[in-house]
Design a protein around this ligand. Structure first.
Ligand SMILES: [Zn+2]
Length: 436
């Protein structure tokens, strides 16, 4: 758009006078930002700097020096013969009353058999006046689901993008600032320099000075925490006491998500979240996983307790459904098989054999009943019997094991299955006569 205000006119005039820095940015980006790669197959490596091929024999720990052009390459296994790279780099300058941040798009095309081609194009400038007012000079940024490109002239731009309402499309994140960059003390005093943990420069100058805790984190180089918490003041407040402990102990949080999760677990178990012993674990992942497992156990226990408290209600339902199949018992030699005649008995069976006959509410199943196979009144295995098919669904001992008595138990049940069958058929006939 055409400059209209006094500020816009001044910014456009000064922007036109800026020296071209494309070459400077490109030569720096080539050696410091873009990657130098070689793709390796069994027989050859392609150097993506010069396009030549050489033997994989000289690779040491995934690195090699190209014998043709001398480039130091990182080697990857791949059959691909082309490579494209796109990076954004920035150059911060102080021009009269303005902090200026200039952004360049660096592109490179690499192809087997050809020298790599490099391009640099300035795409965006932020002009921030001392009083905080700012203007953006940029090429037109086309940004939608399929396109992300910069073209057209450098002119005053405003973000009118409807697709990405939350993010300004004329704002870019990069951590690659040219080392000649100059940033005003009014920003560096808050720790705002090139390393902004995922915040763009504009975001950083907007939010960091207004939130002293972010400033503290930035200065303490807690970049990963900052990147995760800069937009979440609730989480920041919750975690702040523990973050302070980390900063005091020079403990850098590298996985902010896992660490935040871990602090919540510490809270759950009422551990001291002001104590470095808990807050700064040597092996975060291991401690996190340990507490997750512990919490799972607790949750399961709570669930079981809830179920226990519902026994009385279930007892009634169970008796109505299975009244005709209660009190059945048959014996052979030392083994006795009996129906589980109450929800309480399901509970005791599950507790004794450490399986899920109670916790998974087998007593409520419409189509099956459970029987306990016992020796000297001690449960050995629990049998689930399908009522529609009159077949054993499962028969399991302690911790779902199969015991040496398994075959005898199965035989004993099958030999007596007709008893259950006739009781069940009798009930079904009774039920259908009610329906009629
Ligand atoms: Zn080469």
């Amino acid at each position: 758009m055409k400059p209209k205000t006094k500020l816009q006119l001044e910014v456009v005039r000064m922007s036109k006078e800026l020296p071209d820095e494309d070459d400077k940015m490109l030569s720096w980006a080539k050696s410091n930002v873009l990657q130098h790669k070689g793709y390796e197959t069994k027989n050859r490596i392609i150097c993506f700097d010069c396009g030549e091929r050489f033997s994989p024999n000289i690779v040491i720990r995934k690195r090699a020096t190209c014998p043709h052009c001398g480039a130091k390459l990182s080697i990857e296994k791949s059959r691909r013969t082309t490579l494209e790279q796109v990076e954004f780099v920035a150059f911060a300058q102080v021009i009269f009353d303005y902090q200026v941040v200039r952004y360049f798009e660096i592109r490179s095309h690499h192809k087997s058999g050809f020298q790599a081609k490099y391009y640099s194009c300035e795409i965006l400038q932020h002009w921030i006046r001392k009083d905080g007012k700012r203007e953006t000079v940029a090429r037109n940024h086309t940004l939608n689901y399929s396109v992300d490109s910069w073209n057209g002239d450098m002119e005053i731009r405003k973000d009118y993008n409807r697709w990405y309402r939350s993010a300004n499309k004329y704002d870019i994140y990069t951590e690659h600032f040219h080392p000649d960059s100059k940033i005003l003390y009014k920003y560096t005093m808050y720790g705002i320099d090139h390393n902004l943990a995922g915040l763009t420069f504009i975001e950083a100058i907007k939010i960091v000075p207004s939130e002293p805790r972010l400033e503290t984190m930035l200065k303490a180089k807690q970049y990963w925490l900052l990147a995760n918490l800069s937009q979440e003041s609730y989480s920041l407040s919750r975690l702040w006491p523990s973050i302070k402990i980390c900063i005091r102990n020079r403990y850098i949080v590298k996985d902010a998500k896992i660490w935040s999760d871990y602090i919540e677990l510490l809270r759950f178990f009422q551990k001291d979240i002001h104590n470095a012993k808990y807050v700064c674990p040597k092996n975060l992942k291991k401690e996190h996983d340990r507490f997750v497992a512990k919490k799972r156990t607790v949750q399961e226990r709570i669930k079981i307790e809830e179920k226990r408290s519902r026994i009385e209600i279930w007892e009634k339902e169970f008796k109505e459904k299975k009244a005709h199949l209660l009190g059945i018992c048959f014996e052979s030699e030392n083994i006795k098989i009996k129906t589980l005649d109450s929800v309480q008995e399901y509970l005791e069976e599950g507790d004794t054999l450490h399986h899920c006959v109670f916790t998974n509410e087998y007593f409520l199943k419409q189509d099956s009943i459970c029987l306990s196979a016992r020796i000297d009144e001690k449960p050995i295995e629990t049998i689930e019997l399908s009522l529609s098919e009159m077949k054993i669904v499962q028969c399991r001992g302690s911790y779902n094991s199969v015991t040496p008595h398994h075959d005898n138990i199965v035989n004993l049940l099958n030999n007596n299955i007709n008893v259950i069958k006739s009781l069940q058929r009798g009930r079904e006939r009774q039920d259908s006569s009610y329906v009629i």
